[in-house]
Ligand binder design. Structure first.
Ligand SMILES: [Zn+2]
Length: 250
């Protein structure tokens, strides 16, 4: 799944189009059905930003195109007029470059901002105490689930959740209500730090993610994985060195 850092990279790639009046079209029939392209065709792209897992394209006139990439979506920047096979969701055609969205799958037009999202974990201005307070409010959730709840803090997916909790030696199966403030704070801070490092370096150093069945790099216990929460997103953890809780039924 593209996580917040992937969205930030996409936002950076699209920056050359900012300030240009764009031709916008949706070759893909499913994307055409959204009616997004004709509403912004011919408008100036004023800014592009990643907020959590959403890429927001701000056009003149207060129109905002929201692109959520889910598992499959990808933004590319290509030379204008480049021949391509397949039907992209959105093409933003500038003077010399085109931003191309492949495999949507969520494309909406907004005229209001997304205040219902939590703070972007990668934002320059990040109020760690404020974010911790919001996570704290979800006491019944497992910690791994809460860290991925975009209303609490935006941008963390199951990879960085797993990595952050491994780094602070806490189980994703701890209930938020059972975790003290210091641990909550360390967990959110670890996610932010790891994701910012990844954004800066372009590398994603994995200690536990997708290592189920292999020995923990810290203690040698076999790493486990299991779907968690309403979204059944896979959590990876080491039962040997991550304390605080076990999956239900164990
Ligand atoms: Zn371990």
């Amino acid at each position: 799944m593209p996580e917040g850092d992937a969205l930030h990279r996409a936002a950076l790639r699209l920056q050359p189009l900012v300030g240009q009046r764009l031709e916008v079209e949706s070759p893909n029939p499913r994307a055409q059905a959204t009616q997004v392209a004709p509403r912004v065709d011919g408008r100036v792209l004023e800014s592009v930003e990643a907020v959590g897992k959403n890429l927001l394209l701000h056009f003149e006139g207060g129109l905002v195109v929201r692109s959520h990439l889910r598992m499959t979506g990808r933004w590319r920047i290509e030379p204008r007029g480049k021949a391509r096979r397949g039907l992209p969701w959105l093409v933003l055609r500038g003077e010399t470059l085109e931003g191309v969205l492949w495999n949507g799958p969520v494309l909406t037009l907004e005229t209001r901002n997304l205040r219902r999202l939590g703070q972007d974990v990668l934002g320059e201005q990040f109020d760690l105490d404020g974010a911790v307070a919001r996570v704290r409010g979800a006491g019944e959730l497992w910690l791994g689930e809460a860290l991925q709840d975009q209303r609490l803090v935006a941008g963390i997916g199951n990879m960085w959740m797993s990595e952050a909790l491994w780094s602070v030696r806490t189980s994703p199966w701890a209930r938020v209500r059972d975790v003290d403030d210091g641990v909550l704070r360390d967990a959110v801070d670890a996610a932010r730090r790891l994701m910012r490092e990844s954004l800066a370096s372009g590398r994603q150093a994995r200690r536990v993610y997708r290592r189920a069945g292999r020995p923990c790099r810290r203690c040698g216990t076999i790493v486990r994985s299991r779907g968690q929460g309403d979204g059944n997103r896979t959590a990876y953890w080491c039962p040997g060195c991550q304390a605080g809780g076990e999956p239900p039924g164990e």
